[in-house]
Write a protein that binds this ligand. Structure first.
Ligand code: PMP
Length: 428
C-alpha cells in the first residue's frame, strides 16, 4: 500500500510547532531537578477544597458524574456571578455573563476563535504568556507587539516589576482601524507586574477610541503583594461592554491540574464564546466544577476576612517571594521584585562566564543558559526570551524566570544549589 505523500499539516500550524513548556518540562523531568520552572505549586490545595472534591465524588448525588449544563455547571456559574458581581459592582446574569472553560487556556483560545478574523490585528504586550501569539495566528489574526520597557531603579536599589512600563506614544502607535483586540495580562506572567490605574486607563482610552476589544487575562488576580490593588480593567469607564475577563481555579485555589477556568463579560461578547464552546468541547468536568463552586461559596462567606484563602494565599506567597528575592540577591543573580503572580525574573549577567555565548547562534542566550543550568546544576527555570515574539527574543536575553509557589524545602534546595555555585565561582 502506497504511503501518503501529500502534506498533512494545515497551514495554520506552520511556525508554531515548538512549545517552551513541552521542551522545558521534559528537560526538568530528565535531569531530576529542583524545579522552579513551570508555574504550579508543589504544596497542596487548601483542605476545604480537597474535602469538597471528595464529598462530591463519594456523595449521594451520582448525577454529578454525568454531563451538566454545557456553558457551566449551574452552582458554579451562580456563585461566580455573585462573587464577580460583588467585585465589579454590577448585577451579573449567571446564565449569560459567565461561562466555564477547561482552564484559562481554553478561555483564551475561545476568545481568539470567536473574535478574530483573517487579517485582524491583536495587540500583545511583551513579555507575554507565550500561547497568545500562536492562538492569534491559528485564528488567522496578526499579533502586533508592544514592549514593557525597563527603567533603571534609583540608588542601586533592586528593580521592581513596576519599573517595566509601556511608552504611551509607542502603545498608541500600535492601534489602527485593523486592531480588533488587545490582550492584557495583569498581574503579568512572567514579570509579576501589576498594572497601575494610570496604565490601565491609558489602555482603556485607546480601546474606546479605536473601538477595540480587551481580552483580560486575570488568572493571578488574587496574587498581589505589598498591599497593591488588582484593578479590573472591566470596571473602568467604557470597558465593561468590550472586555472579557478570564480567570482560573488552578491559580485561585492552587489546583492547576483541575483545569477549571472561566470567562466573565457581557452577553453580547460571551454569546460568541458559547458558539465556539458548543461546537468544540461542549462541556467541562462536572465534579471539578461542583467542588470549585463549593470553594467559592466558602470564600464568599469569608469575603475580606483573615481566614479567606484569597487573603491567606498571597500572604504566604509574599513570604516565599521575599525569601527567593533575598536568596538570589545574595548570590548576585539580581531579582526584579514582582508585585504579583507566582513568578520572579532574575538577571543572569553575573553568571555568564560559566556559560559562554556562541556568536551567531539562533538560540537566545538565556535559553542556552537555562538548559545548561538544568543539566549542570539541577535547577530548572524558564528563559525570559520565551515570552517574546521571534523577532524580539534577543532584546532581553539575560534573564530567567523562577516560580516561587513552592514548598519551603524546594526553595531551600534551590538556594543550596545557588550558594554552592556562587562558592565555586569565587573560590580559586
Ligand atoms: N494565563 C496565564 C497568564 C497563565 O500564566 C496561565 C497558566 N500558566 C494560564 C493563562 C492558563 O491557565 P489554566 O491552567 O487555568 O489553563
Amino acid at each position: 500500500q502506497a504511503k501518503m505523500s501529500r502534506p498533512v499539516q494545515a497551514r495554520r500550524l506552520e511556525g508554531i510547532e515548538k512549545n517552551i513548556w513541552v521542551e522545558f518540562v521534559k528537560l526538568a523531568a530528565t535531569y531530576s531537578t529542583v524545579n522552579l520552572g513551570q508555574g504550579f505549586p508543589d504544596f497542596p490545595p487548601p483542605d476545604f477544597l480537597k474535602e469538597a472534591f471528595v464529598r462530591v465524588l463519594s456523595g449521594e448525588n451520582h448525577m454529578l458524574h454525568q454531563y451538566t449544563r454545557a456553558f457551566g455547571h449551574p452552582p458554579l456559574v451562580k456563585i461566580l456571578a455573585q462573587y464577580f458581581g460583588k467585585l465589579l459592582g454590577r448585577d451579573l446574569d449567571p446564565m449569560t455573563d459567565v461561562m466555564v472553560t477547561v482552564g484559562a487556556y481554553q478561555a483564551l483560545f475561545y476568545c481568539f476563535q470567536a473574535f478574530v478574523d483573517e487579517g485582524d490585528e491583536v495587540v500583545i504586550i511583551e513579555p507575554f504568556f507565550d500561547c497568545y501569539e500562536p492562538m492569534v495566528k491559528m485564528a488567522g489574526g496578526m499579533p502586533v507587539f508592544v514592549p514593557l520597557r525597563p527603567k533603571a531603579p534609583k540608588d542601586g536599589k533592586l528593580m521592581s516589576s513596576a519599573d517595566w512600563q509601556l511608552d504611551p506614544a509607542e502603545l498608541a502607535s500600535k492601534f489602527s482601524e485593523r486592531t480588533k483586540a488587545i490582550v492584557l495580562n495583569s498581574p503579568n506572567n512572567p514579570l509579576g507586574k501589576v498594572f497601575s490605574r494610570g496604565e490601565l486607563e491609558l489602555i482603556a482610552d485607546l480601546c474606546v477610541k479605536h473601538d477595540v476589544l480587551c481580552i483580560s487575562d486575570e488568572v493571578y488576580e488574587w496574587l498581589v503583594y505589598d498591599g497593591k490593588e488588582h484593578i479590573r480593567i472591566a470596571s473602568l469607564q467604557g470597558m465593561w461592554d468590550r472586555t472579557v475577563i478570564i480567570g482560573s481555579a488552578g491559580k485561585t485555589f492552587s489546583a492547576t491540574g483541575w483545569k477549571v477556568g472561566w470567562t466573565v463579560g457581557p452577553n453580547r461578547l460571551l454569546q460568541h464564546l458559547r458558539t465556539v464552546h458548543q461546537n468544540s468541547v461542549y462541556h467541562c468536568a462536572t465534579v471539578a466544577q461542583e467542588a470549585v463552586a463549593q470553594g467559592f461559596q466558602r470564600e464568599l462567606e469569608l469575603y475580606g476576612k483573615p481566614e479567606s484563602y484569597f487573603i491567606q494565599l498571597p500572604k504566604m506567597l509574599q513570604q516565599k517571594r521575599d525569601w527567593l528575592v533575598q536568596s538570589l540577591d545574595a548570590v548576585g543573580m539580581k531579582p526584579i521584585i514582582p508585585e504579583g503572580t507566582y513568578f520572579l525574573v532574575a538577571d543572569i549577567s553575573e553568571f555568564k562566564s560559566d556559560v559562554p555565548d556562541v556568536p551567531d547562534s539562533d538560540e537566545p542566550y538565556d535559553s542556552r543558559f537555562a538548559k545548561w543550568m538544568v543539566k549542570n546544576k539541577g535547577l530548572a527555570a524558564i528563559p525570559l526570551s520565551a515570552f517574546y515574539c521571534g523577532a524580539h527574543k534577543n532584546n532581553y536575553n539575560h534573564f530567567i524566570r523562577f516560580c516561587f509557589a513552592k514548598e519551603e524545602a524546594t526553595l531551600k534546595a534551590a538556594n543550596d544549589i545557588l550558594q554552592r555555585w556562587k562558592l565555586e565561582k569565587t573560590s580559586p
